[in-house]
Design a protein around this ligand. Structure first.
Ligand SMILES: *Cc1c(COP(=O)(O)O)cnc(C)c1O
Length: 381
């Protein structure tokens, strides 16, 4: 029997809400690729993908072939884009068999895909990844023409569009991002000069969707927005989005301690008066970053309590002096809403000096998840 009091709850109705907000931002003409890599940012690949399919998402984006195959095995029919592409013949064969859409960035994989597509008797859809300034995966944008000319002769593959990625669209300074947009437009115009009219050119991640209307092109690729997080904790003018994830545990003990009591490993905190403290049954092993030691907050009885001392592997101490009636067994939430108060993934990211992506992946991947949708509860299998 699993007696752990720790539980992650994923509210799929918030996913629907966030997708609606994204649709409002990009308009009806723009298609949406929902990014579900890394187990849907810790929210669970299959339940999230199924929900997005139900909501008529245009395509789904994953990192690896294995994730794409898993989606097909679970009956997901929506186009699935493999962001890291494929590197072997077997991979190319799987792509053709499962009708997947890889990103390509070298001729080797293009040839393998072309061969498998021809064998199958139908074209495999691909995206050409063009680096416009991210300094990561892709061909140099200046080589777009050269590359396309070589791809044009290959049967068995069909290029859906050019694909590029922003490096810093969340930052205050817009100059670099505008240069990336300009380079992407140049690559598109090169493709047009070759007589190629792509219908799925795409560049924008969440930050690009929110901050650069001119970067929406045919298709956008939201990730963190779907999950109610923002590209960075101090993101300017965040649109109203709802977090899907709640993470709660329980109070293991409540103690009254005297002035000058050292708290937890390393004695990094001493009480500055008589205090009431609560020992909570979760820690960094459950995905709560140790960097939140002496900085973070938790919700108990709907009120905020500060984390004092170092966060341990499976325990955290909170100062609950000002909260009435706290007792052993009370629910404590590290992420989510309780009564009028809320702790968001971006709050936690600020305390831990990271980004909401890492907070969600850490918590979501380490705890048992439960799914709710308008108060209906279903279990993760
Ligand atoms: C992860 C990823 C995204 C989504 O980014 P968010 O900032 O989460 O919106 C989009 N495109 C690519 C290529 C990615 O790797």
């Amino acid at each position: 029997m699993n007696t752990s009091p720790n539980k992650v709850t994923i509210d799929l109705s918030a996913l629907q809400y966030n997708l609606l907000k994204i649709r409002e931002l990009v308009g009806k003409e723009t298609k949406i690729m929902g990014i579900v890599k890394s187990d849907a940012y810790g929210h669970g690949l299959i339940p999230v993908a199924r929900e997005l399919e139900k909501l008529h998402i245009d395509s789904l984006g994953v990192n690896y072939l294995s994730e794409a195959i898993k989606l097909r095995a679970e009956g997901v029919k929506t186009p699935v884009v493999i962001l890291l592409g494929i590197s072997t013949h077997q991979g190319a064969k799987n792509v053709a068999d499962y009708n997947l859409t890889p990103v390509i960035f070298d001729l080797d994989s293009a040839r393998m895909l072309s061969e498998e597509g021809r064998k199958k008797g139908r074209s495999t859809n691909v995206y050409l990844k063009v680096d416009t300034g991210m300094g990561r995966l892709g061909i140099d944008f200046r080589e777009t023409g050269l590359f396309l000319k070589q791809l044009m002769g290959m049967k068995g593959i069909k290029i859906e569009g050019l694909f590029s990625h922003f490096s810093s669209a969340d930052q205050e300074d817009t100059i670099f991002t505008k240069t990336q947009i300009k380079k992407f437009k140049e690559a598109i115009s090169v493709s047009r000069k070759l007589g190629l009219e792509f219908t799925m050119n795409n560049l924008a991640n969440s930050a690009g969707i929110i901050r650069y209307r001119e970067a929406h092109f045919d298709l956008v690729r939201p990730g963190i927005m779907l999950y109610g997080g923002f590209p960075c904790p101090d993101f300017a003018d965040p649109p109203p989005l709802k977090g899907l994830m709640t993470f709660c545990s329980s109070v293991a003990q409540v103690r009254e301690v005297e002035h000058g009591t050292p708290i937890s490993y390393g004695r990094t905190f001493y009480t500055d008066g008589p205090r009431k403290i609560a020992i909570l049954s979760a820690g960094y092993a459950e995905g709560l970053s140790r960097s939140m030691s002496n900085k973070g907050q938790v919700l108990i009885r709907g009120q905020k309590a500060g984390i004092i001392g170092r966060i341990c592997m499976n325990m955290i101490v909170a100062d609950v002096t000002s909260i009435k009636g706290v007792k052993k067994g009370d629910r404590v939430c590290f992420l989510g809403k309780e009564k009028a108060n809320r702790i968001t993934a971006d709050d936690m990211a600020r305390w831990a000096d990271t980004i909401s992506y890492e907070v969600l992946c850490s918590i979501g991947s380490r705890n048992k998840r439960e799914y709710i949708y308008e108060e209906e509860i279903s279990h993760d299998s």
